[in-house]
Design a binder for this molecule. Structure first.
Ligand SMILES: [Zn+2]
Ligand SMILES: [Zn+2]
Length: 172
C-alpha cells in the first residue's frame, strides 16, 4: 500500500505504517545510503481536502562536507501535511497564514504517495551542511590530510598581507 486513494478517507481515517525504501537521489551528493524509512501516520478528510499526520524515522549515511568522512545520520520527526485540490489555488492571504510546521500541498491526482511523502520528509530533515561533528577540522588544503586525526606536517597558511611584512627590510 504505497499509494493511498484519498477517497478512502472520505468515510473514516486511514492509518498507515510502512517501511519504505527511498527513491534514488534523496539527499543529493551528501547522502551515501539510506536504510528503509519508517513512516506511520493517518490520512483523514478535512474541509475541502485531507490532512496527513504522523511520524517519520530514518537513518542513513551522509558525507561530511569538511572532511568527506561518512557518518551516521538518524532522526525521528513528526509531520503534518495538508492536501488540497489544485482547484483551490494558493492565494496571497492563504500563503501568509501557512504556519512553519504546517505544510500545504495541492494535488491534481487524488492519491497520497507514501514514498514521495517519506522522501520529502527526509529532505526537510537533512542538515544544510552535513558535518560529522560540529567542530570537524576538515582536510588540510595543501596535503589533504584529515586534520581530525592530528596535525599534518604542512606549515600554516600565511596570509598574503603577511608576505609583504616578511619581505620588508627596514633601511638602516
Ligand atoms: Zn568531518
Ligand atoms: Zn597538510
Amino acid at each position: 500500500m504505497l499509494r493511498i486513494a484519498l477517497e478512502l478517507a472520505d468515510t473514516e481515517p486511514v492509518d498507515f505504517c510502512q517501511d519504505l525504501s527511498l527513491p534514488e537521489g534523496v539527499g543529493g551528493e551528501d547522502a551515501v545510503a539510506w536504510e528503509p524509512v519508517h513512516l506511520t501516520g493517518r490520512l483523514r478528510r478535512s474541509g475541502s481536502g485531507y490532512t496527513v499526520s504522523g511520524t517519520v524515522a530514518a537513518q542513513g549515511r551522509l558525507r561530511c562536507v569538511r572532511c568527506l568522512a561518512e557518518f551516521v545520520f538518524s532522526f525521528e520527526e513528526r509531520f503534518f501535511v495538508q492536501m488540497l485540490p489544485l482547484s483551490l489555488a494558493p492565494q496571497e492571504e492563504e500563503v501568509q497564514l501557512t504556519k512553519k510546521d504546517l505544510d500545504v500541498r495541492f494535488y491534481t491526482e487524488p492519491v497520497l504517495d507514501l514514498r514521495e511523502l517519506a522522501a520529502e520528509q527526509v529532505e526537510l530533515a537533512l542538515p544544510v551542511k552535513p558535518l560529522c561533528r560540529e567542530d570537524c577540522l576538515g582536510l588540510c588544503p595543501r596535503c589533504g590530510a584529515d586534520l581530525n586525526k592530528g596535525a599534518c606536517g604542512c606549515r600554516p597558511e600565511v596570509d598574503e598581507r603577511w608576505h609583504k611584512l616578511l619581505d620588508f627590510h627596514p633601511v638602516s
